[in-house]
Design a protein around this ligand. Structure first.
Ligand code: GTR
Length: 443
């Protein structure tokens, strides 16, 4: 009961955050229980763990040692200390069914298909619905953006043909309801979440677009474990995650990889050019998915903040302590240990970014989203650069925030823009430029 009440309270807090972002500005939604610093001169001194030193103290001097030794070590450290262990990749009974194909979707711009991905042989068990558009005029196979959505598939683009099934209620997240009723009940939220996507722009640029609703993996509240794909991996009799088990971010990231399992088999898609993309908590998810699963050719993490691209040790905006207090179900329970001693964390965001190397990774931040610690992402990217350099690739080359609206694009890309915590049309224009730069030439 107490847990349920906490869940409701946390969800209500989440709603306030969404409500704030529905307004014109989102001004640092501080969680008053904790001291939050917004003064760079007080952000503190820290020493980052060196991504190029193995746990046995030896230095990593070449790309092969990084890939064979340091990379697996770091994945393990992120599992143990932040996101929890990903128990297993695809399960033996994984299968899918393609349905709702329309070759003239979006007034002929694209072919739409939906794919129901069943995680086991049991079709009554957990499953995930992926919405895919392939641009009709582009040469096949196409590169594709695989995105994770906060809301049902019917909020992705104005296409009345989408069969969106059921989603979790916005105000009572343990209740399922038809996606169409959700949009009617929460029109403002639907509008806000729809604005995350620029499907036609992406298609017009020659990319495919795919989306997965994160609630298909786990609803986002403290009691979400009851309805989570994580249960598939419980031992007999287990009802709650054990210390070290993965959290919801791990489960969402796992879902992105299961989406990739399907995309590898779709001849319309060039599975060597799939970009994984997410915003905010789903930006953290995209980074963790891309870090673990090297089949993703590029990662885009929009306003991903703490436990995403921004250094946890940089004491500015959200902290390890406050994020765990607000969203414990996102993480391994082990992450809680570091709330009061973040300097003891064996890894930090620079190493999460480094795990994408040598693949391109694009980050961004917004001026009115100081909660996400924009400079912390620059400092993380800077400290990740030596790993990219091992492969002959270039980091960002800056240690300060760049001027607004002046993107930097090397193998790591970044822009800082005016405005709030959101995904904007401008953001998508930069993702496309960056993808063109790295992936178009590979056709
Ligand atoms: C915030 C959280 C951030 C970010 C954001 C979001 O409340 O503190 O880390 O993930 O939610 O996902 O919108």
């Amino acid at each position: 009961m107490v847990k349920r009440l906490c869940g409701v309270a946390l969800w209500a807090a989440g709603l306030i955050v969404v409500a704030l972002s529905l307004g014109t500005t989102r001004l640092c939604p501080q969680k008053p229980k904790f001291a939050i610093n917004y003064d760079e001169s007080k952000a503190g001194n820290y020493t980052l763990p060196n991504p190029l030193v193995l746990q046995n103290g030896e230095r990593v001097r070449d790309a092969a040692t990084w890939t064979e030794k340091r990379r697996p070590e770091l994945i393990h450290l992120f599992e143990e200390n932040i996101y929890g262990r990903t128990p297993q990749r695809r399960l033996p009974g994984l299968h899918w069914k393609v349905f709702n194909v329309d070759r003239h979707a979006l007034h002929g711009l694209a072919t739409r298909k939906q794919v129901m991905i069943y995680f086991t042989r049991n079709e009554d068990g957990p499953k995930m619905d992926m919405l895919i558009y392939i641009p009709n005029s582009a040469r096949k196979p196409v590169p594709l953006f695989l995105c994770m959505s906060f809301a049902g598939l019917n909020t992705i683009v104005n296409d009345p043909g989408i069969e969106a099934g059921e989603v979790w209620s916005f105000t009572a997240p343990w209740v399922r309801m038809p996606a169409a009723a959700w949009v009617k009940k929460y029109p403002q939220a639907a509008l806000k979440f729809s604005s995350d996507w620029q499907v036609k722009k992406v298609l017009n640029d020659g990319y495919g677009f795919a989306a997965i609703y994160y609630g298909d993996l786990e609803p986002d509240f403290s009691g979400g474990i009851k309805y989570s794909v994580r249960r598939l991996f419980f031992k007999p009799g287990q009802t709650e995650p054990a210390p070290g088990d993965w959290g919801a971010i791990g489960a969402w990231a796992w879902g992105l990889s299961r989406g990739m399992d399907y995309l590898e088999a779709d001849s319309d898609v060039d599975h060597h050019r799939v970009i994984v993309m997410g915003h905010s908590r789903l930006g953290k998810t995209a980074l963790w998915a891309g870090a673990q699963d090297t089949r993703f050719a590029m990662v885009v993490a929009n306003c991903s903040g703490k436990a995403g691209a921004s250094l946890l040790r940089h004491n500015y905006g959200e902290t390890a302590k406050s994020i765990y207090a607000s969203f414990p179900w996102w993480f391994s329970q082990n992450f809680q240990r570091y709330g009061d001693q973040v300097d003891q964390l064996p890894v930090d965001a620079h190493e999460l970014i480094a795990l994408i190397a040598p693949r391109p990774v694009y980050l961004d931040a917004a001026e009115k989203d100081q909660w996400a610690d924009p400079l912390g992402a620059i400092l993380a990217a800077d400290a990740a650069a030596p790993v990219f350099n091992l492969f002959g690739e270039q980091g960002l080359g800056i240690t300060k925030l760049p001027p607004l609206d002046q993107p930097i694009m090397h193998t790591i890309g970044f822009h800082y823009r005016p405005g709030i915590h959101a995904v904007t049309e401008y953001d998508w224009e930069q993702f496309l430029r960056f993808a063109d730069m790295h992936l178009k030439k590979r056709n």
